[in-house]
Design a protein around this ligand. Structure first.
Ligand code: AMP
Length: 116
């Protein structure tokens, strides 16, 4: 798997606005936010996508959802709600080949999913 910008962020070789970190997970603000809250939650392990993850990755992939829940609680957007988004591959619009969960919120969000 080719090196991605997210691995450089994990190694702190390029800056990011980090909001959470533990041994397995990193969360940081998206550089081009599309919502008032737009945070990316990633496993430190370079899993390319949901399509290629191993069964053994289920624990860490589950953990990224727990981290998203906790960040949403901390940012006080839980009650009004938010959106969690994972793009998979080309048709899914995935641009960075390192699995990432988008946490989107802070406003009522439109659907806007249609074939291009
Ligand atoms: P996706 O299209 O689901 O692969 O999303 C990739 C996301 O990564 C986009 O929302 C980008 O704005 C975001 N992104 C790319 N490079 C960086 C970076 N250096 N720091 C923070 N977010 C980034």
């Amino acid at each position: 798997m080719a090196e991605t910008v997210f691995q450089k962020i994990i190694r702190k070789e390029i800056p990011a606005d980090i909001v959470y970190e533990d041994g397995d997970i990193l969360a940081f603000k998206d550089i081009h936010p599309i919502a008032p809250v737009h945070i990316l939650i990633i496993p430190k392990k370079p899993i390319e996508s949901i399509a290629t993850m191993d069964d053994a990755d289920a624990l860490v992939v589950g953990k990224i959802f727990l981290v998203a829940r906790n960040i949403a609680r901390d940012l006080k957007i839980s009650e009004k709600g938010y959106k969690l988004l994972i793009r998979v591959g080309k048709d899914g619009g995935q641009e960075v080949a390192h699995l990432h969960l988008h946490l989107l919120g802070g406003a009522r969000l439109s659907e806007n999913i249609h074939p291009v």
